[in-house]
Design a protein around this ligand. Structure first.
Ligand SMILES: [Mg+2]
Length: 219
């Protein structure tokens, strides 16, 4: 029994793929990143990419530039996930980063390193190819094909707002505070929540604070 499970997608939800990939593509082309709009379609047509060119650049970004290790964290994700975790929600990271048949080693190891660096808490992690459903009580995703497939199978899915998913109906969250509120409401409806344990600090930097204070004690 693992409690109330929240299935959390990474790219476009916790990790700012658009911004990280934009920096890479701009450097490859020797252009100012501002010339590649962040208000983009799912297929990057505003950046002049077709499917083959996207595949080539994504592969190079992941395997040579190790982009997945350095993506910006989407604001508020780590703190909201810590608070949900403290409330007893089981965080299950779900990433579709293995949808291509190369650079699996870089994708997996850089994802785990990135999660540590971003201080995002999780109880387990699923690296998926196509199948979106992994037995969670509620999911969050930004990709239309995943959201549609999950909903078709009867799942509760929050849309994390991105320019390429505005045609989908809600629930929709623009910020991680809204995500947290929705998940807490749903989890309390299932009777799963627990209060924060006494003596445990809140906040995503708690481990660092703990390490710092214990090394001061040691010293
Ligand atoms: Mg995504």
């Amino acid at each position: 029994m693992s409690g109330f499970i929240f299935g959390v997608d990474l790219d476009g939800v916790c990790a700012d793929y658009s911004e990280g990939f934009r920096d890479f593509v701009a450097a490859e082309r020797g252009v100012n990143p501002e010339t590649l709009p962040l208000e983009r379609s799912w297929d990057f047509r505003e950046w002049g990419l077709d499917e083959a060119e996207f595949g080539r650049l994504h592969h190079k970004a992941v395997s040579e530039s190790r982009m997945l290790r350095h993506l910006p964290v989407i604001e508020g994700a780590a703190d909201a996930l810590w608070r949900l975790s403290d409330a007893g929600v089981w965080i299950r990271i779900i990433t579709h980063r293995l949808y291509v048949n190369w650079s699996h080693e870089a994708a997996v190891s850089d994802t785990v390193a990135w999660l540590d660096e971003a201080r995002i808490p999780y109880r387990d992690i699923c690296f998926l190819g196509a199948k979106p459903q992994v037995e969670a009580h509620v999911y969050i995703d930004d990709a239309e094909h995943n959201i549609t497939a999950l909903r078709r199978a009867g799942n509760d899915v929050i849309v994390f707002d991105q320019p390429y998913n505005r045609g989908l109906k809600g629930p929709r969250a623009d910020t991680w505070d809204q995500v947290e509120e929705y998940v807490l409401e749903l989890a309390s409806g299932h009777g799963w929540l627990q209060p924060q344990l006494p003596g445990i600090d809140s906040g995503a930097d708690r481990l660092l604070r703990k390490k710092t204070s214990s090394s001061q004690d040691d010293g």
